[in-house]
Ligand binder design. Sequence first.
Ligand SMILES: Nc1ncnc2c1ncn2[C@@H]1O[C@H](COP(=O)(O)OP(=O)(O)OP(=O)(O)O)[C@@H](O)[C@H]1O
Ligand SMILES: [Mg+2]
Length: 265
Amino acid sequence: MTSPCISIKNMTMAYGDLIIQRDLNFTINRGEIFVIMGGSGCGKSTLLMHLIGLHRPLIGDVFYGEESLWGADYKTRQGLLRQTGVLFQSGALLSSMTLAENVALPLTEHTRLSAQRIRHLVSYKLALVGLAGFEDYYPAEISGGMQKRAGLARAMALDPEILFFDEPSAGLDPVSAKLLDDLIRSLRDHLGATIVIVTHELASIFAIGTYSVFLDMESKTMIASGPPKQLLTESRDPKVLRFLTRGASEDSSSSAIKQQGHENL
Ligand SMILES: Nc1ncnc2c1ncn2[C@@H]1O[C@H](COP(=O)(O)OP(=O)(O)OP(=O)(O)O)[C@@H](O)[C@H]1O
Ligand SMILES: [Mg+2]
């Protein structure tokens, strides 16, 4: 549990002249369900883009184990990223392809498996996310939550060691969101995957998050890190507490909510 998987060192992220977050330093350990938290627009999705090789840091670097992601040449970087799978915030299934074709895409692009083997693997991944029998449906023919889960199946297609999920349960009903949490936990427990997840869902954060960082929009840096339950009880930062108690930390119900946070776990 304590071997470093990804280390973020002294990283500043920007779009052109606009600094989004600066001086980020943290480590994601193997087997962790690592939660990236913070208000809308603080830079969570931007951080994921930097971790998965889609956006170069202005300053600093990301390390996969000992290997520098951004100091490496393109080919080495692609090699490091082969162990990752991503579910983007928008889901982004290709609308002209069936679910099976969408999930098969990484397998046809990156492996030489036979068509029959790919079909078999695709059905298995779809079944894992509760979509057995939906192989031939098009994204427009299924619900938003089902599209999200199909996106998860595609992210898992190549059995990656590290999975990045950007708000996987946004728009899901509470029962589906709970099932998704269970799925994420079982990916970690049974496949040994490391999960990096952006989410606002407090229930998920407390139920499955093993470690977290909180990005602050005003100071443009990370202002808290630790296991979410520990931040809830030990953080003195009003912004962190407001986030973790849905804004209730300033009134008298704060301790009741903290108590509830514990009981839910
Ligand atoms: N491609 C881009 N070019 C310029 N600015 C961008 C780009 N993408 C995002 N931004 C800006 O960077 C900031 C952080 O955006 P980001 O999408 O990372 O936020 P977020 O924390 O994921 O928000 P949310 O919770 O709403 O998804 C925002 O101010 C946004 O407007
Ligand atoms: Mg985002």
